[in-house]
Design a protein around this ligand. Structure first.
Ligand code: SF4
Ligand code: SF4
Length: 107
């Protein structure tokens, strides 16, 4: 198992915020301003993403969350260097894509 102390461990401070390129599915209890959100064709309320592929709430200078204190619950539960973090980073480094959705079932 990869330990956070190992040099190959994923670390947010040296990551291109790959998880912030995922589709973030919001829950009713998430208090996110409407201008940062949109709806999928299926009717799910999600964080809006910019043309660059990142969540519009990302602070693109610091590459960290611009609404950290009020970020969605699913973002709070995303585990740095957890299996899903490592999987999307691997996808991203291979293809530049992070085509998964971030929702309740995979945090
Ligand atoms: S949780 Fe993982 S994918 Fe997200 S910024 Fe941190 S290291 Fe990168
Ligand atoms: S709300 Fe914040 S933590 Fe969640 S995807 Fe957007 S920028 Fe990343």
């Amino acid at each position: 198992m990869t330990s956070p102390d190992r040099p190959d461990a994923a670390n947010c401070s040296s990551c291109e915020a790959v998880c912030c390129r995922l589709m973030v599915v919001l829950q009713p209890e998430d208090a996110i301003p409407d201008h940062l959100t949109t709806y999928t064709p299926e009717g799910l309320r999600v964080m809006k993403r910019g043309e660059d592929g990142w969540c519009v709430a990302l602070n693109s200078v610091r590459m960290n969350c611009g609404i950290y204190e009020t970020r969605p619950n699913v973002c709070r539960r995303f585990v740095m260097n957890g299996p899903y973090c490592r999987a999307i980073r691997e996808d991203y480094s291979r293809s530049g894509a992070a085509a998964h959705a971030l929702h309740e079932s995979n945090t």
